[in-house]
Write a protein that binds this ligand. Structure first.
Ligand SMILES: *Cc1c(COP(=O)(O)O)cnc(C)c1O
Length: 363
């Protein structure tokens, strides 16, 4: 079995082994030390130099998105959302649900985010911008420099869902003036699902104090106060934090963040070159190294995905919504190699052929 799914991804062997070992109770100095150490390493990988400004929630990424809205968006705020797919749409739905004041830039399928989309929103009184920097639904990676410059010019706070770009593409909170970053355990970090992380800029920490959120469990101030001593208000997913400790060690041993990013990029480039050689179509918008979408016109992508899974136990991502028959998404994060990519293409070509022949027979 091989997973080319974006999250949970194919796990590393050492991550699987972590779960076989015993663990200490979370209300101990030993556990606090593990948490403090890991979160400080994670903060530095995110380009956040503010001490004790990264918290973790035992909840998936969407919970972190929702908690961010409830904790950080106040009644006077006007939020602009980049909505280029399912995850952008999710931000809109959550803002709507929480009665926040927002507007969205809605991109059409295959449309690249450009300055012309942002221009109408210059000097319009928006106070925050929300973006899923890598819109995982389509694979588009937005231009962070363009977005960051726009926010700086308009004195807007920048909130980034970096869930599927972190550890796949370069990322730096300080360099781009990012005020809040959301990541989660099951994507670039290649851990089990269940934990999300939120990293704050100094300016965002100051904005937090009032009014309190309409959620007791997700009150960020409570988490921030607790994290100073490596603790959480409630029982955390202890095992995932052990996996994190192990993964950060693994990344260090490999040669650090740059080496990890280079490996993911190498796999992405190899995959894309080979896909083109074999006649597959890759959409033209800028892509994250985390994922490559393959576009199918004359074959049902969903059927190809099912066949890959049922016949060869190879898992790739389908695409929800209108694109489900057209897009197949393959990730480059996780414990996969160049040889695995070769194997995937061997099987993919066979599956496409089989689905095509079946379609012909039907006609
Ligand atoms: C995976 C993902 C999420 C979180 O989804 P959950 O199922 O709640 O973990 C959020 N945003 C993006 C861009 C993602 O890729």
């Amino acid at each position: 079995m091989k997973r080319f799914t974006i999250g949970p991804v194919e796990l590393y062997q050492s991550t699987k082994e972590v779960r076989l070992h015993d663990f200490v109770h979370f209300r101990t100095d030993e556990y606090s030390e593990i948490v403090k150490n890991s979160l400080s390493k994670l903060s530095s990988m995110l380009g956040n130099k503010t001490a004790d400004s990264t918290i973790y929630l035992t909840a998936s990424g969407t919970a972190a998105m929702e908690a961010t809205i409830e904790n950080c968006v106040q009644s006077f705020d006007k939020v602009l959302v980049i909505n280029g797919g399912a995850f952008g749409h999710r931000f809109c739905e959550l803002l709507e649900y929480h009665h926040k004041n927002y507007d969205s830039i809605d991109l059409k399928w295959n449309e690249t985010l450009e300055y012309k989309h942002l221009m109408p929103y210059e000097n319009k009184g928006f106070t925050m911008l929300f973006v899923n920097l890598h819109e995982t639904h389509t694979g588009q990676l937005y231009d962070i420099k363009m977005i960051s410059d726009f926010c700086k010019r308009n004195n807007m706070m920048l909130v980034v869902d970096a869930i599927s770009t972190f550890l796949a593409d370069e990322y730096d909170m300080e360099k781009y003036g990012i005020d809040l970053t959301i990541i989660s355990s099951q994507k670039g970090l290649c851990l089990s699902p269940g934990v999300s992380f939120i990293s704050f800029s100094k300016r965002m920490l100051e904005k937090l104090s009032y009014p309190p959120p309409l959620s007791k469990y997700f009150d960020f101030i409570d988490y921030l106060n607790n994290i100073k001593r490596g603790q959480t208000p409630y029982t955390p997913a202890v095992f995932v934090m052990y996996e994190l400790q192990d993964m950060l060690k693994l990344i260090e041993q490999e040669g650090g963040l740059k080496t990890r990013l280079a490996f993911v990029k190498q796999k992405a480039q190899y995959f894309r070159k080979k896909a083109k050689e074999l006649g597959f179509y890759i959409p033209g918008y800028p892509l994250s190294n985390a994922l490559t979408p393959l576009y199918f016109e004359d074959v049902d992508a969903y059927e190809v995905i099912q066949l890959l899974k049922n016949k060869y136990r190879i898992f790739v991502n389908p695409c929800g919504g209108d694109l489900s028959k057209n897009l197949l998404r393959v990730t480059h994060i996780g414990n996969t190699t160049i040889a695995d990519i070769d194997d995937l293409f061997d099987k993919l070509v066979l599956c496409v052929k089989e689905v095509k022949e079946k379609d012909c027979d039907r006609k």
